[in-house]
Design a protein around this ligand. Sequence first.
Ligand code: AOF
Ligand code: ZN
Length: 377
Amino acid sequence: MTYRADDRRFMLAAARLARRGLGRVWPNPSVGALVVRQEGGAKSIVVGRGVTGLPGTGHAEARALAQAGELARGATCYVTLEPCSHFGRTPPCSLALVEAGVGRVVIGIADPNPRVSGRGITILREAGIEVVVGVGRDVCEDLHAGFVSRISRHRPLVSLKMAVSADGGIGRRGAEPGQEQIHLTGAMTNAHVHAMRAGSDAILIGVGTALADDPSLTCRLPGMKGRSPIRVVLDSKGRLPLISNLVKTAADVPVWLVTTPQSDPNYLEQLIAAGVLVIKVPQDAVGNIDPGVALAALSARGITSVLVEGGAKVAASFEQAGLLDRLHLIRSAKVIGEGRLGPFDEISLESVLNDPSYARHGEGQWGSDRFEIYRRI
Ligand code: AOF
Ligand code: ZN
């Protein structure tokens, strides 16, 4: 098994390509593949590129091989996830690579899917193809974190996005329903938030946020319309108004309401008629929705990544259950003052950030807003 100087560079290029598909191809992983020919001397040329299509429309390797055609013979295929070995919605990619006559396959990470898990690598090796595994592993683990989480933990990867004021608030107590909350972040942050939404399979809020802010939670970035994720509302008692922006747009962008048997079945029927998908889960001892139960229900429907967008009660329940994998904290220079609400309800932001189970993973500046990214370790 030999590494070549260019291996990491090509794997990172495949991963970059694949990133564009995040949020669109669930329950599948967004895989990236490149077919590269080594010409005379040290010159390498990319002859095929592929990303996983919408479910059923083709895997990354098959697309890259189709583009490469005869040029795939003797070439190297870089692929972020182990090529599949099963006849699923499409024929196995490992066989397609054998048939195309590639000489070498460089893989980012093995596929944890029990239908594959090493069998793709075995098929390639048994056909005499040189296989290298683990090139760009860090980047590919990050790229496929949602898919791996769903397969191995039966829950999606959970990221929390939260904007706090300079005095540590996320909003004002007692804001009337529909009354404009103070807008904390600038245009550059908003663009990043929309991109974050587009790269997630689902966005999740509590019904309190829906009642207070009436958000639509769609991705409205220019060029990214149609990239809105599933909008999930945790609503134990079925209070999401029929006239809310979420319900009004449910026919265009799906709304999934996670609720419990406490909801009025007649009202749920009206929400269903308005295009909402109602998911009933058992309530916990105090009548709330257990966040772990909600995540399991989303995972069962194919969701691999969730962006939690509010509010404080939902953030606190996910934090307390140890279910936040990533925190995206945006610190605005604006001040809210009296009556401000903390980001984690009763739990202080400092105690969350000082929790040794999180490590700071990145930081920077978007316009006048600072951002910090933390990851559960
Ligand atoms: C690959 N290349 O681009 C992807 C793979 O339902 P199917 O038939 O599309 O199979 C989905 C499974 O295939 C998925 O769970 C994962 O194990 C693998 N995804 N494999 O070789 C790809 N998307
Ligand atoms: Zn495949």
